[in-house]
Ligand binder design. Structure first.
Ligand code: PMP
Length: 464
């Protein structure tokens, strides 16, 4: 608790409710869900406007990887604002920081993904990657390769195209999407594989889903497959072992480009800067990144493109052809300065090693929540996890949406000093990567208490 806070919470709440349209806000009940005003933060902790301290179990929105309040970041950002607060990355202009950051990042990318296109965040990175695929096939005489294959429960962003390739059913209400060229495969969720099927057999089935879809559309019509290595916002769904490698092989076989969306999995969340190759044994054609790229201190996204692809659409033959895609703030120098300092911190504090050391402990400790009657599964990898609540462990039937179990867990956890991310019947955790073993123990302890308190609510209301 901080007692020296001078925020007027009542006024802030009232003005928020009067003027602010929250992304993913529930428009049906804005008044009953008072906004939580987060006013300050330090290390792994955030403070609400009344001074109540909470361990940030979601790391902002899976992005504050190095934790809050880093003086080095403040300094790097301030220095850059003083020197050059803005310069576009359009055409031939560049800045020392965008060049330095792009070059440094290329040292971490797998294979020949050495060409960096900066964007403003994850959605614009995904949009730009998909548009680059269009540009690539149009430029190389294969304009029919327009179809995009993706998966249900994927999340790739909130622009028209990135939302179209996303596949969370709950995000589809009252909005329009690109449908003629976008195809969703069933989610590769081993928890809900058919009864009696082994994980290996399930993997065969999910890989076949992709191959069959490519064959159904005709390989000559399919441009790319886009996939998060694990489906983060869809509920931290970790596909069966070998799935990423085998789907990558299918794509190579049919000349379908593979986009690995590492917006969540990159920058240490799975113990690597890019997880695609070291964790999942794939070298994609394109990687998208954001969030941990700057640890959320300043918005930035990036697309990493294979030199092979870039080579085919650049040079003499491409003279006069522009890749007309980009944003005012692409490669923003202040964001790149923040990104460089973020990398310095990740490297100098061996944050990747820390995540590799603690990752198992995090998942194993949380797994004990599976003993609770309402918890169907705890799943995840390294420092990202999800607790799924089910009405019946045998049938795996999710807790009905009307029970609002995720939000109930969220409220009880916050009261006890932990922020989690409720998503329907799920509670997601992705703490800053500097979290300690003791703090993990606290997370697990509070989660257990919060889940029990939420179940008590249901019992009191005659729902459980
Ligand atoms: N891709 C993935 C995998 C994501 O999780 C997200 C955001 N949660 C995005 C893309 C979109 O990123 P942004 O919100 O920065 O636009």
């Amino acid at each position: 608790m901080r007692s020296n806070f001078a925020y007027d919470t009542d006024r802030l709440v009232q003005e928020d409710q009067t003027h602010i349209l929250h992304p993913w806000g529930d428009l049906g009940e804005p008044a009953s869900r008072n906004p939580m005003i987060i006013a300050e933060a330090e290390g792994v902790y955030v403070y609400n406007s009344d001074g109540h301290r909470m361990l940030d179990g979601i790391g902002g929105l899976w992005c504050v990887n190095i934790g809050y309040g880093r003086e080095e970041m403040v300094q790097a950002i301030a220095d850059q604002v003083r020197k050059l607060p803005y310069c576009s990355n359009f055409g031939i202009t560049a800045t020392p920081k965008s060049i330095e950051f792009g070059t440094r990042l290329a040292g971490y990318t797998p294979g020949d993904l050495k060409r960096v296109l900066f964007t403003t965040g994850g959605s614009t990175a995904v949009d730009s990657a998909l548009r680059f695929v269009q540009f690539y096939f149009n430029s190389t005489g294969r304009p029919n390769k327009k179809h995009i294959i993706t998966r249900n429960y994927a999340y790739h962003g909130s622009t028209y195209l990135s939302a179209s390739v996303s596949g969370k059913p709950g995000d589809r209400g009252n909005l329009d999407f690109v449908t003629d060229t976008v195809h969703h495969l069933p989610v590769p969720d081993p928890y809900r594989r058919p009864e009696g099927m082994t994980e290996e057999e399930f993997c065969d089935l999910k890989v076949a889903d992709l191959e069959n879809k490519i064959l159904e559309l005709g390989p000559e019509n399919v441009g790319c497959f886009i996939a998060e290595p694990l489906l983060a916002s869809g509920g931290v769904i970790v596909p069966p072992a070998g799935y990423q490698k085998r789907t990558r092989d299918v794509c190579s076989k049919y000349h379908v480009l593979y986009i690995s969306d590492e917006v969540v999995t990159g920058f240490g969340r799975l113990g690597e800067i890019f997880a695609s190759e070291p964790v999942f044994e794939i070298v994609p054609d394109i990687i998208t990144s954001a969030k941990g790229l700057t640890s959320g201190y300043i918005p930035l996204g990036a697309v990493f493109i294979s030199e092979r692809l870039y080579g085919e659409v650049s040079g003499e033959a491409a003279r006069g052809k522009q890749f007309a895609n980009g944003f005012t703030y692409s490669g923003h120098p202040v964001a790149c300065a923040a990104g460089l300092k973020n990398l310095d911190i990740i490297e100098s504090e061996n944050i990747l090693g820390h995540v590799r050391d603690l990752g198992n402990y995090f998942i194993e400790s949380l797994s004990k929540l599976e003993e609770l009657p309402i918890v169907g599964i705890v799943r995840g990898s390294h420092l990202v996890a999800c607790v799924e609540c089910v009405a019946d462990k045998k049938t795996k039937e999710p807790v009905p949406a009307s029970f609002d179990i995720g939000n109930r867990i969220g409220v009880h956890a916050r009261a006890r000093g932990l922020m989690v991310r409720p998503m329907g019947h799920l509670a997601v955790l992705s703490p800053p990567l500097i979290v300690t073993r003791e703090q993990i123990d606290t997370i697990v302890e509070i989660m257990e208490q919060a889940i029990n308190a939420a179940v008590d609510d249901l019992v009191r209301e005659g729902l459980w």
